[in-house]
Design a binder for this molecule. Structure first.
Ligand SMILES: [Zn+2]
Ligand SMILES: [Zn+2]
Length: 327
């Protein structure tokens, strides 16, 4: 009897060890980028912000970088929010996880009326359920455009009017065409749903401008090979942060030099760097992304790649005069 018990305990111990090793290898293989987000350096300082968003008018095509990947876009008098996060942390929990270094440049209560929310992928720094719930409460008939696979997540949280998109799927609404395009990234909300939903970026064509938001992306030949499919892009928001260390991040996050390469591949007139200075998700110094953009950008003069301050109102009609922005 005792001998059997000994065997049993040994059997259980070996099983636990084997399962632990398998789990460890699985997590290390698939979630290294996620674990790299648990870097925090809240003493790094704060990037300067602007309050010129208060001058936004419905009649002028404009955008404001609210922080991180959140863009408030006004096209033909319609306000669209992309990847809005107004929560304190980019995390499934309110008490732990990457915390904001700066407040959202526009308080959520002071946003203009929003008609559509576009989501690039389901990582917590891009798809923030508390923000989406608050936006729905404040905006009647709000539409949510999400990648294929994320609709049920929103539905579970009582969000309505959700449309899912496959890669390269378009929809035409209010004289604008919205297209969800692929990028090089991944998706996951838990350890068990990796890549169950799509990840990508958004292209919005209006009568005046074509604007694109690249969500999160690594560098990929996709951008040069599919140039015709991407078509003309006047203004783009391209991530320039979360790239260090390269051995962990290079498949998921471009560095500033690669961000410029995407803009070149797609011949984009005006690119703006986002996804930096807001949440600490990796190991590059806080101010390095715009410094490197300026360094590499100064070598190339035909197109513009710059950064704006969070909260700074950028008028699309005046872009020629605003391409060199102070950081
Ligand atoms: Zn992501
Ligand atoms: Zn991100």
């Amino acid at each position: 009897m005792i001998k059997n018990l000994k065997y049993f305990i040994r059997y259980v111990a070996v099983s636990i060890l084997v399962i632990s090793i398998i789990l460890f290898v699985y997590l290390l293989n698939n979630f290294r980028s996620l674990f790299n987000t648990f870097n925090t350096n809240y003493d790094a300082g704060k990037i300067p912000m602007s309050a010129s968003w208060k001058e936004q008018t419905a009649s002028e095509n404009s955008f404001v970088w609210v922080g991180h990947a959140t863009i408030l876009l006004n096209l033909n008098g319609e306000n669209i929010l992309i990847d809005p996060i107004f929560s304190e942390r980019a995390s499934p929990f309110s008490f732990i996880g990457p915390r904001r270094l700066i407040e959202p440049a526009i308080p959520i209560n002071e946003l203009p009326k929003i008609s559509k929310v576009l989501i690039s992928h389901n990582h917590y720094d891009h798809l923030d359920i508390p923000t989406l719930i608050e936006l729905q409460n404040k905006n009647t008939d709000l539409l949510f455009f999400v990648p294929k696979g994320d609709k049920t997540l929103l539905q579970r949280n009582n969000l309505l009017n959700i449309k899912e998109f496959e890669w390269w799927q378009s929809t035409s609404i209010n004289n604008k065409v919205f297209t969800f395009f692929p990028v090089k990234h991944w998706s996951a909300r838990t350890f068990f749903d990796r890549n169950n939903s799509l990840w990508g970026g958004w292209k919005i064509q209006s009568s005046d401008y074509t604007v694109a938001h690249f969500g999160d992306t690594g560098y990929d030949s996709l951008f040069s090979m599919e140039r015709e499919k991407f078509g003309n892009i006047d203004v783009a928001f391209i991530p320039i942060g979360s790239y260090a260390p390269r051995e962990i991040e290079k498949d998921h996050h471009v560095n500033p030099e690669e961000a410029i390469k995407i803009a070149e591949d797609l011949n984009i007139d005006y690119s703006f760097g986002i996804h930096w200075g807001t949440f600490f998700l990796s190991k590059e110094p806080l101010f390095e992304p715009p410094e490197l953009i300026n360094k590499y950008q100064s070598l190339k003069t035909e197109k513009s790649f710059s950064t704006s301050k969070p909260g700074q109102l950028i008028l699309l009609d005046s872009l020629e005069y605003q391409t060199i922005l102070d950081n």
